[in-house]
Ligand binder design. Structure first.
Ligand code: NAP
Length: 169
């Protein structure tokens, strides 16, 4: 597929200082405010995820429509969810619904496959390293993006973090 980005396609992720995003198919941290932020940002939109992230997440986040990527012929989803077999198929769906908003919500494999197609990124930057991690956000060129918004640093528990919104140039 041609390397173009889609105006109605973004991603949302929380990462540590080394781009860590998970461990043993779960998040490494619990930040309640960040889960609320995820809810606010994705409300009313489609959320695009890989099979592993789907297994690890609540199956019925209200107000969000699921697109789950899997090659597994035995996977059955309830009829409210879209099962997608490839990046191309998903992007075809995204481009056919330009009035809708789509968020790539992980995990590692899916971020990597979709990064070049997104036009904006909501990144929660956690000011800490997590040596235990086994899943990472892909490397990307910050110069491809402008910062639209940086929140102040916040603290929950002993975790310092901030929300950033980056827009592709
Ligand atoms: N910090 C965050 O913001 C955040 C957000 C989301 C997830 N995570 C973390 O990320 C980790 C999971 O990442 P992951 O890389 O293991 O898994 P993943 O990206 O969630 O899912 C990978 C699976 O998606 C399917 N898939 C991938 N590419 C595909 C394609 N092109 N076509 C069809 N199906 C495709 C395959 O499923 P089948 O094997 O069924 O074919 C593959 O095994 C977990 O630790 C999770 O907690 C973190």
């Amino acid at each position: 597929m041609e390397e173009k980005n889609f105006k109605n396609l973004g991603l949302i992720v929380a990462t540590g200082q080394n781009r860590e995003i998970g461990y043993q198919n779960d998040l490494i941290w619990r930040i309640r405010e960040d889960l609320d932020y995820f809810r606010r940002v994705t409300m009313g939109s489609y959320i695009i995820m890989g099979r592993n992230t789907y297994e690890s997440m609540p199956k019925n986040l209200s107000g969000r429509r699921y697109i789950v990527l899997s090659r597994d012929r035995n996977l059955v989803l309830d009829s409210s969810k879209v099962l997608s077999r490839s990046v191309e198929e998903t992007l075809g769906f995204v481009s056919s619904r330009s009035e809708e908003k789509f968020f790539v919500v992980g995990g590692s494999a899916i971020y990597k496959e979709f990064l070049s197609y997104v036009s904006f990124m909501h990144i929660t930057e956690i000011n800490q390293k997590f040596p235990l991690a086994d899943a990472y956000f892909p490397d990307y060129d910050e110069n491809d993006f402008t910062t639209l918004d940086d929140s102040d640093f916040m603290i929950e528990g002993n975790i310092e973090y901030r929300h950033r919104l980056l827009l592709r140039k």
